[in-house]
Design a protein around this ligand. Structure first.
Ligand SMILES: Cc1cc2nc3c(=O)[nH]c(=O)nc-3n(C[C@H](O)[C@H](O)[C@H](O)COP(=O)(O)OP(=O)(O)OC[C@H]3O[C@@H](n4cnc5c(N)ncnc54)[C@H](O)[C@@H]3O)c2cc1C
Length: 236
């Protein structure tokens, strides 16, 4: 893989495993493989965003955080497919609700296809992910008027309901989660999987969200554990 670093210098990288995309899936796979001793290169097409530059405006944040500026569709343009573009992928701008896989579904997967390592291993992996994302219960104070009305309506109709876990820390409840958390209160995939596992390329900034400038670059790569983040265009 040939990459161009922030100074425009071309560099060649070799790795045992190259993972494309640093979202929920790619970053957790990269960390797990790196922790198991593999030499992993994680490639990301988007920027490493600095939350301090998030302005809570749709016209600036959709083009920055979403593939196709938030207007990505299926080939026939019938369905909008919103997905993230940036280090951390869609976890940067998602709604921060953490819903573990329902036990009945895991049981069925296990019965019909066999879960890798068995149900106990998957339960342990789910617990690890929830811990890393900082998943926590929603407090009554976290509910807004719409939530309270929905709850009252469910109670009146005799419907069951529950509040999901969420991965915001000291949330100000501004309601702009899907435009990226300008207060950096969401424990997204960079916090959950990449920070501790990544070692920087000499001369390049580490991936701590606050410390990397947002520069409109269109590519980034980083190597968990054994080496290398860099934050500019990548050519393969
Ligand atoms: C608005 C919104 C709200 C959501 N709210 C929730 C929620 O509350 N709770 C929840 O559990 N889920 C939520 N989701 C869904 C959740 O965020 C996604 O399911 C999850 O992030 C998907 O993980 P992923 O790794 O498959 O992809 P993503 O997290 O989308 O990551 C994909 C990454 O791959 C990169 N990439 C793609 N192609 C290339 C390439 N060729 N080279 C290099 N990099 C590439 C992209 O730039 C992106 O960073 C929400 C999603 C959206 C859009």
């Amino acid at each position: 893989m040939i990459a161009v670093d922030p100074t425009g210098r071309a560099q060649e990288f070799r790795a045992e495993i190259v993972i494309v995309g640093s979202g929920a899936g790619g970053s957790s796979a990269a960390r797990t493989l790196a922790a198991a001793g593999c030499d992993v290169l994680l490639r990301e097409a988007g920027e490493h965003h600095d939350p301090a530059t998030f302005d809570q405006r749709e016209e600036t944040m959709l083009p920055r955080l979403y593939a196709g500026g938030g207007a990505q569709t299926t080939a026939d343009q019938a369905i909008v497919v919103m997905s993230g573009r940036g280090l951390g992928g869609s976890t940067l701008h998602n709604t921060a609700l953490c819903v573990p896989p329902p036990p009945a579904i895991l049981d069925r997967f296990d019965r019909e296809a066999g879960l890798p390592g068995g149900r106990a291993a998957v339960d342990a992996a789910v617990a690890d992910v929830l811990l890393r994302f900082g998943a926590r219960p929603m407090l009554a104070a976290d509910e807004n008027r719409s939530n309270r009305l929905l709850r009252a309506g469910a109670e009146r109709l005799g419907l069951s309901y529950e509040s999901p876990l969420h991965n915001r820390e000291v949330c100000d409840r501004c309601g702009f989660c899907i435009l990226g958390c300008a207060y950096n209160r969401k424990r997204h995939a960079v916090f959950a999987f990449l920070e501790e596992a990544v070692s920087p390329l000499p001369g390049c900034p580490p991936p701590a969200a606050q410390s990397v400038r947002s520069d409109g670059g269109c590519g980034a790569g980083l190597r968990p554990k054994a080496a290398v983040p860099f934050w500019k265009k990548i050519a393969c």
